[in-house]
Design a binder for this molecule. Structure first.
Ligand code: PEP
Ligand code: MG
Length: 572
């Protein structure tokens, strides 16, 4: 049988499935029927089992992971917690409830202490859940443990789960929920794990089923023949060879350059991006630096971060996005008023216009960082990124969620007044495409955020699995808007990039170029695949693929039509 979903990337995986256990329900606060002594003995046995299991896993993992797991093993055996549990059993609580309440009490204490101690609160939660699972006789929650590599099947993955993914073990991901911009998809792309999200029927996959997961086709074959398995293994080997190919600049088969840039949230990812052949940074998500901040960061705090990023990319271009607060990325110091529809609320440039000093501080910090890296008083080099930046970094700054020419004029004026030389906007709200010619009167460049552009064009919340089928940037409605932006950019003689997840889908990347997009920015792990696919098509072919996509009547038909045509090109 073949299950269908939305594939992430182009890779293939073959292996047995393993299901992620369902989250545990909170133990009910009911009167205990079990005698207190028996309940305490059961709880003690569960605590010992969990403590021993955590130590054993620590020993196997070694390194930093061993320290974390040993600390958790100690928490499970902590005498103060054991005493607390015993006292609660004395008050007539059930074993599960006493464990739940005792750990919750200590957790709250840690949170009140703040700092490092507060960060341990989630470790305590994890121990509590493990003990309760042990008492119930069900598998421990979280990523399942296995000695052999497996393909993980889950309802969906939370960011906390994904941080624990052992890449040596998890060969692929299949989730019931999620769309192409869900956390699972973004993680899979950044770690190069083949994934299919939004798979109906995933919940019925029995553990140990041998499957072939084909991300390019968006399929999970649950009963592959021997030949299918062999074919998949050969494709895996071909991809491994591709990843080892030389790091040439992005270009179409006819030599038309298409710079391949990296999406980064801090300078920590710079080395990895450069190693993948990134030709610069196409989206620096500055809000990621300050997600936990309760007060607006100072100019000095920001300067340090920006200077670090700019230095890492000397000789290249760095496109910085000013703080994009709101909806899926709330920043308490920028917009903490409750809103009925935060995705349609005071977010992006709207929030910055309402708190102008925050925007001024950020632009000031950016201009100072550029000055520090490039040397004071040198103006104009590298404008519009034609290369030849030498030892200078080419700083471009853009505003998120720009709706129209007024937003564009406002942002670019403030940015230039504060010393930013190249100021542009993100096209994420459909209105920006409809008035793209007006926007180009003030913006030096446009970068298309296809994640939000898709969400708003199809009116489908990008965080909601139930509308995942609509969150597809292959939709011809989204592509028509991209085409309008591409044409307006060409008419104005200004660059139009894409920095949404669409740029990381190799075949869609070719379509975007065919629609007039001049650079692509993505998670560094996707660069090799996109580079290889671009090199298979000329400009004329890319434009033909774009026309086929625009003519299709749905996202899936666009994908199919373009895949067929691209395969024919490759043969011909
Ligand atoms: C986008 O919306 O496509 C984008 C690049 O911004 P973000 O995903 O950070 O909202
Ligand atoms: Mg966005």
């Amino acid at each position: 049988m073949v299950l269908n979903g939305v594939g992430v990337g182009r890779s293939v995986a073959v292996g047995p499935t393993l299901r992620m256990p369902e989250p545990l329900s909170e133990p009910v606060d009911e009167v205990a029927t079990e005698p207190q002594q028996e309940a305490f003995a059961r709880v003690q046995a569960a605590l010992t089992a969990v403590s021993e299991d955590l130590s054993a896993r620590g020993e196997k993992a070694g390194g930093q992971a061993q320290d974390v797991l040993n600390a958790q093993a100690l928490m499970a055996a902590d005498p103060t917690i054991v005493e607390d549990i015993e006292a609660r059993l004395g008050d007539g609580k059930t074993g599960e409830r006493a464990v739940f309440e005792a750990y919750a009490g200590f957790r709250d204490l840690l949170v009140q202490m703040g700092g490092y101690m507060a960060e341990r609160a989630t470790d305590l939660d994890d121990v509590s859940r493990r003990v309760i699972a042990q008492l119930r006789g069900v598998p421990a929650p979280g990523i399942p443990e296995s000695d052999a590599p497996f393909i993980l099947v889950a309802h969906d993955l939370a960011p906390a789960d994904t941080a624990l993914l052992d890449l040596g073990k998890v060969m692929g991901l299949i989730t019931r929920e999620g769309g192409p911009t869900s956390h699972t998809a973004i993680l899979a792309r950044s770690k190069s794990i083949p994934a299919i999200v939004g798979v109906e029927g995933a919940e019925n996959l029995a553990d140990g089923t041998l499957v072939v997961l084909d991300a390019a086709a968006g399929t999970v074959d649950t009963s592959p023949s021997e030949a299918d398995v062999l074919d998949a293994r050969q494709r895996i080997a071909e991809r491994a060879a591709l990843a080892a190919a030389p790091l040439t600049p992005g270009a179409l088969a006819d030599g038309t350059p298409v710079p391949l840039l990296a999406n980064l949230g801090s300078a920590d990812g710079a080395a990895e991006a450069l190693a993948a052949g990134a030709e610069g940074v196409g989206l620096f998500r500055t809000e990621f630096l300050f997600l936990d901040a309760s007060a607006a960061p100072t100019v000095e705090e920001q300067y340090v971060e920006y200077e670090r990023m700019l230095r890492a990319f000397v000789g290249k271009k760095v496109v910085v996005r000013v703080l994009d607060a709101g909806a899926d990325k709330p920043l308490s110091f920028l917009n903490d008023a409750p809103e009925e529809n935060p995705a349609l609320g005071l977010r992006g440039i709207r929030a910055l216009r309402a708190s102008e000093q925050i925007l001024i501080d950020q632009l000031t910090a950016l201009a100072r960082a550029e000055e520090a890296v490039n040397g004071a008083g040198v103006l104009g080099a590298g404008r519009h990124g034609g290369g030849g930046a030498g030892e200078r970094v080419d700083l471009w700054v853009m505003a998120p969620m720009v709706a129209d020419a007024d937003d564009s004029e406002y942002f670019t004026t403030v940015a230039r007044e504060l010393g930013i030389q190249v100021a542009g906007v993100m096209a994420e709200v459909p209105s920006s495409a409809l008035v793209a010619d007006q926007i180009f009167e003030t913006a030096d460049f446009v970068s298309i955020g296809t994640n939000d552009l898709t969400q708003y064009t199809l009116a489908a919340d990008r965080l909601l699995g139930s509308v995942a089928n609509l969150q597809d940037p292959w939709h011809p409605a989204v592509l028509r808007l991209v085409g309008m932006l591409g044409r307006a950019g060409r008419d104005a003689g200004k660059p139009v990039g894409v920095c949404g997840e669409a740029a990381a889908d190799p075949l869609l990347a070719v379509v975007l170029v065919g629609l007039g997009v001049t650079s692509l920015s993505m998670t560094p792990a996707a660069i090799a695949d996109v580079r290889a696919e671009l090199a298979r098509h000329t400009t004329v072919e890319a434009e033909a693929l774009a026309r086929a996509a625009l003519k299709a009547t749905s996202a899936s038909r666009a994908r199919t039509a373009v895949s067929r045509l691209a395969a024919a090109n490759a043969v011909g």
